[in-house]
Write a protein that binds this ligand. Structure first.
Ligand code: NAP
Length: 248
């Protein structure tokens, strides 16, 4: 039977690449997005061209009601939820902590931490075998920032991703006996629009050149790792945090 996955932030960047690659493997894909419906519709079209089924699903991961509705939509449309790619995330413009206001700090932690926890919670409720689920897989999208700290750029973002790493470790132990594998990927400098949203559109190209592999990564290169972690080929992998960062 066709498996179904919810990808938060599936409309662009790493999420879109995951959607397309999973569609090519026959998955049904819930393509969550925050605001950019046109981008989500393009992702849906890419999934369908690749051979899968897909649906655009609006919702803010930091809003509990939205998160419940996102999972309900996947379950009602595709009849099941087998996996979560916990990918939605934001950065704010580069700054020292001393210059960050409360609104910025709240939003970064609301989306990157609370949002990821709410989505993981819903996945746990619906996939855990002791709650009537059939088991499943969660892949959390962290960042190399979690171990680098991102000084003078965004220590808020780095800390939010540290929380994702820690959640991954705890949730893997909590859900392993309940049929759910939980892993994380830590992308490095990846060529997506997130850098423009932080005010530095050329950041990945500029800093990527100084990494051991000498270039930024592509969204597809991160997505390939996520797709592997979702697959049965990774059936004995849980609690792993995989750097996809070109050696950075
Ligand atoms: P991106 O190109 O900026 O795309 C962000 C995606 O997240 C979009 O689909 C956006 O939806 C969605 N989104 C933003 N806020 C949301 C919210 N509150 N609720 C639901 N969806 C929301 O980002 P990306 O580079 O692909 O990043 C994906 C993940 O990888 C993030 O967690 C990021 O921290 C992580 N990461 C990225 C890099 C990198 O270098 N690119 C490095 C390390 C980690 P709309 O289209 O509607 O705006």
């Amino acid at each position: 039977m066709t498996k179904a996955v919810l990808i938060t932030g599936g409309s662009r960047g790493i999420g879109r690449s995951c959607a397309r690659l999973l569609g090519a493997q026959g998955w049904s894909v819930g393509v969550n997005y925050a605001q950019n419906r046109a981008a989500a519709q393009e992702t849906v079209a890419e999934v369908e061209r690749a051979g899968g089924r897909a649906l655009p699903i609006p919702g803010d991961v930091a809003n509990e009601a939205d998160v419940l509705a996102m999972f309900d939509t996947v379950q009602q449309t595709f009849g099941r939820v087998d996996a979560l790619v916990n990918n939605a995330g934001i950065v704010a413009p580069s700054s020292q902590l001393a210059d960050m206001d409360l609104a910025r700090l709240k939003r970064v932690f609301d989306v990157n931490v609370l949002g990821a926890y709410l989505c993981a919670r819903e996945a746990a409720r619906r996939m855990s075998t002791d709650r009537g689920g059939a088991g499943g897989v969660i892949v959390n999208v962290s960042s190399a920032a979690a171990r680098l700290g991102s000084p003078n750029e965004y220590v808020d973002y780095a800390g939010s991703k540290g929380a994702i790493d820690t959640m991954t470790l705890g949730l893997a132990k909590e859900l392993g006996p309940r049929g759910v594998r939980v892993n994380a990927v830590r992308p490095g400098l990846i060529d997506t629009e997130i850098h423009a949203s932080g005010g530095k559109p050329d950041r990945a190209a500029q800093l990527g050149a100084s990494t051991p592999l000498g270039r930024p990564g592509s969204a597809d290169e991160v997505a390939q790792s996520i797709v592997w972690l979702l697959s049965d080929a990774a059936s004995y992998v849980t609690g792993a945090i995989l750097d996809v960062a070109g050696g950075r």
